[in-house]
Structures are given as structure tokens and as C-alpha cells.
Design a protein around this ligand. Structure first.
Ligand code: ADE
Length: 277
């Protein structure tokens, strides 16, 4: 009973913590996109330029910057694996959180601190779910994030492990206007899933399965910055096809879809008329 009462008492607090788009003026968007193949069409479309010496020289991360209208855009990718010398993209939570943190800190030191990041927009591919009405190619705006591989059965640690965060931006109206879907992204460091992962993803009410969203949202929270994910479905988690085959089959078209979705999301978020009422 006490827990139920607390739940309802805390509800208004979480509503209050979500930012109103009317009050937001967005001038600099940081866009972490983990894989090069996901980022390239967008980087080329906006004609973003590589930024030399943006990240410490002993990291593999890359940065590209430019503008979309009046909005400054910095895309970061996590680069290629040099530790195991496989040369594949550095997917997963560790590189994503480190690169995002370093990028926010670096931008604080640039242009006399006049160009601070005001939004982290994490873009990429994801798995979707038949049971949540998802289909290949659907674009999702994330309403929240959670983890499904951090299981710690000790009071307090359980919630920390699940790491649920509600989006600072309510994406409902934006998704309606742009023809996208909304849903919760659940993150793990695995492309596949176990039955336990699936049970936890169901508990999270997840519509999107990825490998970075919760980690990047955690850094956004630490940096006191709003976070939203823009994710395109490449494969259906509960669809019966091998994930890796579906993923590679649809990666290029998903990247193209991100190229067209991201400017629309930025136009919506950076609309000065909306921001100024
Ligand atoms: N990225 C694309 N598809 C994915 C999946 N099924 N799981 C995690 N990350 C993904």
C-alpha cells in the first residue's frame, strides 16, 4: 500500500521533470550515431565536416560538425575497434557513454563556451517487436529508456540496474505530426536476447531494442541535458528470422531513413515559432 501511495505521489514529479517544447530553444544538437554506416548518409546530406582533434588522440571516436538551418549540429560516431583489431564498429554501451561524455565536455571548451550542447539526439537502428505493432523501417521517437541486461537482485541495485529514465521531451505530438511512432527503448550489450531478456523487455513495455540508448540517456542525465532517441527498425525481435541477417539486409535503407527523419525532428524541435509561443 505504501509503495502504491508513493507511486502516485511521485507521478506529478516525473511529469514536472519533462521539458515543455514551448520553453526550449535548441541551438546545438549533439547526435551520437554509433555505426559509420548509420551516420554517413546523414553526415553527407548535411555536408558536415570532420573535426580534427575533437576527441583525445588515444580514442577511436570521430566528430563531424556543421549546421542545419540555424541549428549547430555535431555528429559523433564511435569509430572502429582497434583493441581486438577486428576493425568493426565500436557498438555497445561503453564506447557510446564515453564518447558522448567526452563530446559534451569538449564542446564546453570550444568557442569560449558560447556553443553549448542543448540536446542529445541519439540516432540509430534498432530491433522492433511484432507484439508492439513494430515493422521494418518504422521510425520511433523514444519516450524513455531502460536496460534489460543489468540484473542485480539486491534492494536498490535492482532499480539502478534497470536504469529506467523517462524522456525529457514528450515525443507524442511530434511523432503524430511527423508520422513516426513512440515507445520505450530497452538496451543491452547483445544483439540477440535470452528468454530472461525478453521477459524484462516485456516488463519495460519496450517497443525498441538497441545497444546504446540507456547508456547515452544516462550521460545526458549526468550532464543535465535533454535526451531523445530516433531509432529505425532493421529487424523484428519476435519475428522468427535470424536477427543478424535481417539487420544487414535492412541497414542501408534504415540509414537512408535516418537521413530523412533526423532533419525533420530537428526542424520540429528547433522551430522558433513554437519555442517563442
Ligand atoms: N540494432 C538493430 N537491431 C538490433 C537488435 N535486434 N538488438 C540490438 N540492437 C539492434
Amino acid at each position: 500500500l505504501i509503495l502504491i501511495a508513493l507511486h502516485f505521489l511521485l507521478q506529478p514529479l516525473s511529469v514536472l521533470s519533462s521539458l515543455s517544447l514551448e520553453k526550449m530553444t535548441i541551438k546545438h544538437v549533439l547526435v551520437p550515431i554509433v555505426m559509420e554506416a548509420e551516420a554517413t548518409p546523414f553526415v553527407e546530406h548535411l555536408e558536415l565536416k570532420p573535426v580534427e582533434d575533437f576527441f583525445p588522440s588515444n580514442t577511436p571516436f570521430l566528430a563531424f560538425s556543421g549546421a542545419h538551418g540555424k541549428t549547430k549540429v555535431t555528429v559523433i560516431t564511435m569509430g572502429k575497434d582497434a583493441v581486438y583489431e577486428t576493425g568493426v564498429d565500436n557498438v555497445g554501451t561503453v564506447p557510446a557513454s564515453l564518447a558522448t561524455y567526452l563530446a559534451v565536455e569538449k564542446i564546453k571548451t570550444m568557442n569560449d563556451g558560447n556553443d553549448l550542447v542543448d540536446l542529445i539526439l541519439n540516432a540509430g537502428t534498432c530491433g522492433g517487436f511484432n507484439r508492439m505493432g513494430g515493422a521494418i523501417g518504422d521510425v520511433y521517437l523514444t519516450s524513455g529508456v531502460a536496460n534489460h541486461d543489468r540484473r542485480i537482485a539486491i534492494p536498490g541495485f535492482t532499480e539502478y540496474g534497470h536504469g529506467k529514465l523517462t524522456s525529457d521531451i514528450d515525443p507524442t505530438d511530434m511523432a503524430k505530426e511527423l508520422g513516426f511512432k513512440t515507445g520505450i527503448a530497452s538496451t543491452s550489450n547483445s544483439l540477440d536476447k535470452t528468454d530472461t531478456c525478453d521477459k524484462i523487455m516485456k516488463d519495460h513495455n519496450a517497443s525498441v531494442k538497441d545497444m546504446e540508448a540507456a547508456a547515452i540517456a544516462y550521460i545526458a542525465k549526468m550532464q543535465n541535458l535533454p535526451y531523445m532517441g530516433v531509432k529505425v527498425i532493421t529487424d523484428i525481435v519476435d519475428g522468427g528470422q535470424p536477427t543478424q541477417d535481417e539487420f544487414f539486409e535492412n541497414l542501408a535503407s534504415a540509414a537512408k531513413s535516418l537521413q530523412s527523419a533526423l532533419p525533420k525532428v530537428m526542424d520540429y524541435l528547433c522551430d522558433e515559432k513554437r519555442a517563442n509561443g
